[in-house]
Design a protein around this ligand. Structure first.
Ligand SMILES: NC(=O)c1ccc[n+]([C@@H]2O[C@H](COP(=O)([O-])OP(=O)(O)OC[C@H]3O[C@@H](n4cnc5c(N)ncnc54)[C@H](O)[C@@H]3O)[C@@H](O)[C@H]2O)c1
Length: 380
């Protein structure tokens, strides 16, 4: 007999779908003590909430998130709404004594993130933030290789996250689907949206960042605002790049933009160590590129590891099909739910917790502050 974990989901957009898919599939592929039970989905519009609940198998729906949070037939609340709502919702969930899962970035800024950490820690409720790329098997394998010391001393960490969907200057800002262009909903632009993913992975793979020197740019200065109906200044960063020093002595170079024509979601990273280097690319997410200088010289070269083997050597893969058959983007969310449920069963917090995600927030804030003042900023 498994134990039910009754889920209430707030926000029925992109991430609402990705998470619902993960809750639905996880128990088919992982043997876990807890089984997610889709208890209620919440959207502001009753028709959309009802349709979403029906499509994804939720037993009921709500139109007011506060009602959802107070329901005593729900154990965990999953927050999948724009960033400016994370703080208020997460604190209310913690105060109601429920488990809280929250989308990234944790908050609009470090101060809000700190308040959220204090709330979950005071309430003693399990918590997690959906930096899902850690659970792409090739990225998890990169983590394992680094932990095993295969790279030796690390010299360089390089990451990019490139998109091209906001180049048109007649694209409006604000409201459904375009809240990412409105600083009051998003907090920042690509820094909190795209770079935050790169930063979370980097902190996990390569440890803490000491200081940063950044530049940001807003290429289109004014856009029609869907909610006010007027042309309004654009206050998000369209592009953001920074240099940094990691605590382990390595140097970091990060870039994100929504103005890289031809790139839809090109998240890549490369790490160069004393003995070996690794590279990963979201567009080819099941492969990890690896170069080992210790290989016999006549055979030395980059190898492309197809991360689909079984037998526990390639993370998560023995849960899926047969060796050689790959999985995709949505599986990273399934893995994250599986790990979270395993952590609940064993009483071990699973990262990234709110406290882990606060470190990413601190780096994002240092990046924005450095870009603003034009000098190096410590991460604090
Ligand atoms: N982990 C990832 O890779 C990833 C990817 C995309 C988005 N995100 C994060 O997920 C969050 C949501 O992004 P998204 O892409 O799903 O956005 P989205 O616009 O597709 O969906 C957001 C949903 O929230 C709903 N909503 C807004 N206010 C609400 C309220 N008061 N009550 C109930 N519902 C409300 C909207 O109607 C919409 O359906 C953001 O924090 C974003 O940064 C993370």
């Amino acid at each position: 007999m498994t134990k039910p974990l009754r889920i209430g989901l707030i926000g029925c957009g992109f991430m609402g779908r990705a998470h619902s898919n993960a809750y639905n599939r996880v128990s088919n592929f992982f043997d876990l003590e807890y089984t997610p039970v889709l208890q209620a989905a919440c959207a502001r519009n009753a028709e959309s909430a009802e349709a979403f609940a029906k499509t994804w198998g939720y037993a009921s729906f709500e139109t007011d998130w506060r009602t959802l949070v107070q329901r005593d037939d729900i154990d965990a609340i999953d927050i999948c709404v724009p960033n400016h709502l994370h703080r208020e919702m997460a604190i209310a969930v913690a105060e109601a004594g429920k488990i809280v899962l929250c989308e990234k970035p944790l908050a609009l800024n470090t101060a809000d993130g700190q308040a959220m950490c204090e709330a979950v820690e005071k309430a003693g409720v399990p918590n997690m933030v959906w930096y899902n790329y850690r659970r792409v098997p090739a990225v998890t394998l990169a983590h394992q290789l680094i932990q095993e010391g295969k790279l030796g001393r690390v010299f360089h960490y390089r990451a990019n996250f490139l998109q091209d969907w906001t180049i048109a200057d007649d694209l409006p800002q604000g409201g459904t689907a375009l809240w990412r262009l409105d600083a009051s909903s998003a907090g920042s632009g690509v820094t909190g949206d795209l770079l935050a993913h790169c930063i979370d992975t980097a902190l996990w793979l390569n440890g803490a960042i000491r200081n940063v020197s950044a530049m940001t740019e807003t290429f289109v200065k004014e856009r029609h605002h869907n909610l006010t109906g007027k042309m309004e200044p654009v206050k998000i960063d369209d592009a953001s790049a920074f240099l940094c020093h990691f605590e382990n002595g390595s140097l970091g170079l990060f870039e994100s933009t929504r103005y890289a024509r031809g790139h839809k979601a090109l998240y890549t990273f490369e790490i160069n160590g004393e003995h070996a280097s690794i590279k990963w690319d979201l567009h080819d997410l099941h492969r990890l590129e690896y170069f080992d200088h210790r290989d016999e010289s006549k055979l030395r070269g980059w190898r492309s590891i197809h991360v689909t083997d079984h037998g526990g050597e390639h993370p998560y893969m023995d849960r899926w099909w047969v060796p050689g058959l790959q999985i995709g983007y949505e599986h990273s969310f399934v893995h994250q739910v599986a790990d979270f449920l395993e952590g609940l069963a064993t009483g071990t917090p699973v990262g990234p917790t709110f406290r882990d995600a606060l470190q990413t927030q601190q780096v994002c804030d240092a990046v924005l502050a450095s870009a603003e003042c034009g000098s190096w900023k410590n991460v604090e």
